[in-house]
Design a binder for this molecule. Structure first.
Ligand code: FUL
Length: 688
């Protein structure tokens, strides 16, 4: 009888162990995300809007002495912003309710420095109301940027300002429905108007704002809001304004060592820490143009599809959310150029992730935690199910077997972050014949990691976790073959006349012509050896797998290889080095000119001038005189004139004149837009 009892007991114990094995999930590894943070990370891609007084004062950081009368958009339409962002695939929008200059886009009852005293809608308008309603209509979440620094307010730097700041916060978080993110910028203190004091005010960034109590207010009014700052607590700045996070990016942060605006943040903390104490995921912010605010002179500088795609893969693909900024223009609209580019990105993302090759594959793992956390959870399209191993098993592999050989170049991985970010090191192998070949050696995964790999043919892919804080938990494993990005190739030429054609992606072929005809796949293949020192027209296409790009066309004149600049400043050469990203300017506006010895007699028909292309503009030449000479002593005025719209459109300026023979040229600055010495990125001649 006892025997039977023991057997029944043993049987029940076994049954219990088996059952518990099936249902007991791994325990979470601290720090863990909150529900609100999980929802926020799932949003992945959001839009930022910088639109405020700076849009009208043409500044990036207004001083604070601007007048409400300056704010007057002619055709503001927040529904256009929401439509574009929705179509682009974004999930939420954050707007600069108040930037450092202190002007408020809503009719705050605590200041006169707001839309209520502007001509826009006779002072009856409220941009936040318009946008929050548009967001609702388009199914987007809504967030606000409220600058802690206020260069307009008389009390900035004193305790009274904190009350003002919180009063404003209360208005924003009470009157516009649900707010998903509250953005507190790290730029704090400096010179400003401050109610007419016009002085420098420094604050103790660590203590002045008493952030803990401000956060309390936010959570009291909007319990699910994510608070952004360098130190979180909801999400953190990624440490640069390029939109790039890091191949190793941790969501945990040593939060208590960080405060907003600390100088060493970018280098020391922005990538998160393996031993971080709080869950504060990274948010990568970047503008679609060089500036955060609209400047007509950047209409030609909207980021290209290759730049935007790079940002996408280096932010969302590296365990952070992406916040892409649109500088809304003076009309109150997202500019046409910006819309075109962001929609190109949307189309490319769709194309890259169109067909998940892992969906019909068979998964197997070196270890599975009971039967609940089995291998095929990683390909079931459900992020709430995941593969996990037994607690004691950290080094484990999971393989995906395709029925036939496939070709792929992207892998998407996701950890089940509800249980913490665990993986510290992993590798990916592809099966070639009977061997496994390592194709990637990486560190973190986190919420999402996207690997861009070479086109690889295989019948099976294996992920091996080599180091983790605890047993791995992986919810998603996707495999794609992203088509090559086929944009018109970028053509440039150096001083010596050597043409460079950039391949947008490895494996893409470039075909070109020099006789003016349209290139086809039967034209010459570019291999890096085209010399055009005497000029010519080059047309090129990119090709991959029988698909071709649009044609790129560039016309070059005589290159500057034999020229000398007159003068001994070593920077002068930057004006003729063939690189539009380098530039020079003279030290003063006195005798502000650039003279060049062409070292041969040429029949000149005109000249070209490109001002600096740097983000911070200076010395755009608006009035010039152009001289020629045969001996460098006697100069003849070939042309004088204006670069009419250079302030707004600093692109290559081309000037033609009646042909004249010359060995020397001189471009003399008569006037620049800002009164600074002229900036010369490139000067060229026209002979053809
Ligand atoms: C920075 C600000 O100073 C910029 O003007 C911009 O708002 C950017 C998003 O954050 O720190």
């Amino acid at each position: 009888m006892d025997q039977i009892k023991i057997s029944i007991f043993a049987f029940l114990l076994l049954l219990f162990q088996n059952c518990s094995d099936k249902v007991v999930p791994p325990i979470g590894i601290d720090p863990l995300p909150s529900e609100a943070q999980l929802n926020y990370q799932k949003m992945e891609y959001n839009g930022f809007i910088h639109f405020n007084m700076n849009t009208f004062s043409n500044m990036e950081w207004g001083y604070g002495d601007e007048k409400p009368s300056q704010f007057n958009p002619s055709a503001l339409d927040a529904r256009q912003w929401a439509r574009i962002m929705k179509d682009a695939g974004m999930k939420g929008i954050i707007i600069t309710a108040k930037h450092h200059d202190g002007f408020c886009l809503w009719p705050s009852q605590f200041t006169e420095h707001s839309v209520k005293n502007s001509p826009w809608q006779q002072g009856k308008g409220d941009v936040l109301k318009d946008l929050s309603e548009a967001c609702k209509e388009y199914g987007l979440k809504f967030g606000v940027y409220l600058s802690p620094w206020d260069r307009n307010h008389a009390d900035y730097g004193k305790p009274e300002y904190i009350t003002y700041f919180r009063n404003q916060l209360r208005e924003l978080l009470t009157n516009y429905g649900e707010i998903f993110e509250v953005w507190f910028d790290g730029a704090n203190g400096g010179d400003g108007y401050y109610g007419g004091s016009n002085e420098i005010r420094k604050v103790d960034k660590l203590n002045y704002y008493d952030w803990e109590n401000t956060y309390k207010l936010v959570y009291e009014l909007q319990p699910n809001a994510i608070i952004f700052s360098d130190a979180g607590p909801g999400c953190r700045w990624i440490g640069n304004e390029n939109g790039f996070s890091y191949p190793t990016t941790w969501s945990p942060l040593l939060k208590d060592s960080v405060y907003g605006g600390m100088p060493e943040y970018g280098e020391k903390y922005s990538m998160g820490q393996e031993n971080g104490t709080h869950w504060v995921p990274g948010e990568a912010d970047v503008s679609i143009r060089p500036g955060w605010y609209y400047h007509e002179y950047e209409d030609h500088k909207v980021k290209s599809i290759s730049e935007l795609l790079e940002i996408y893969y280096r932010s969302i693909g590296q365990n952070s959310t992406l916040l892409l900024n649109f500088p809304v223009d003076k009309r109150g609209l997202i500019h046409e150029n910006d819309e075109v580019q962001v929609m190109k990105l949307a189309a490319k993302i769709k194309e890259d992730f169109a067909n998940n090759l892992a969906l019909s594959a068979i998964c197997s793992a070196s270890n599975e935690r009971g039967t609940t956390f089995h291998a095929s959870n990683i390909t079931d399209g459900n992020n709430e199910t995941y593969w996990a191993t037994d607690d004691s098993i950290i080094n484990a592999s999971i393989a995906i077997d395709f029925k036939n050989e496939i070709v792929f170049n992207r892998i998407v991985l996701q950890e089940y972050i509800r249980l913490g970010q665990r993986i510290q090191k992993f590798k990916i192998e592809a099966k070639r014949g009977d061997n496994w070949e390592t194709i990637a050696d990486e560190t973190t995964i986190g919420y999402k990691r996207i690997l861009r790999l070479k086109d690889t043919k295989t019948s099976s892919i294996r992920l091996t976790v080599e180091k983790a804080k605890a047993c791995p938990t992986i919810s998603n494993f996707e495999v794609f073959l992203a088509p090559k990005l086929l944009i018109p190739p970028l053509i440039s030429r150096d001083r010596k006349g050597l043409v460079n054609i950039m391949m947008p992606e490895e494996g893409v072929k470039i075909f070109y012509t020099l006789d003016g005809s349209v290139p086809t796949t039967l034209s010459e293949v570019y291999s890096g050896e085209i010399l055009l020192p005497r000029g010519g027209t080059i047309k090129a296409i990119a090709e991959y797998d029988d698909r071709v790009s649009e044609v790129a066309e560039v016309r070059f004149d005589i290159s500057s290889g034999n020229w000398n600049i007159i003068g001994d400043d070593e920077n002068l050469i930057k004006a003729i080095d063939g690189n539009p990203d380098t530039w020079m300017s003279n030290k003063t506006t006195e005798n502000d000119e650039l003279a060049i010895n062409l070292n041969e007699k040429l029949n000149l028909k005109g000249f070209t001038y490109l001002p600096t292309q740097q983000r911070y503009v200076t010395g755009f030449i608006s009035q010039y005189e152009f001289y020629t000479s045969m001996d460098g002593k006697k100069w003849y005025l070939a042309k004088k004139g204006e670069f009419g719209n250079i302030e707004n459109s600093p692109i290559l300026q081309t000037v033609n004149f009646d042909p004249i023979e010359a060995k020397f040229i001189k471009l003399k600055v008569i006037k620049t837009v800002d009164g600074n010495p002229g900036s010369f990125a490139e000067v060229g001649i026209i002979t053809i």
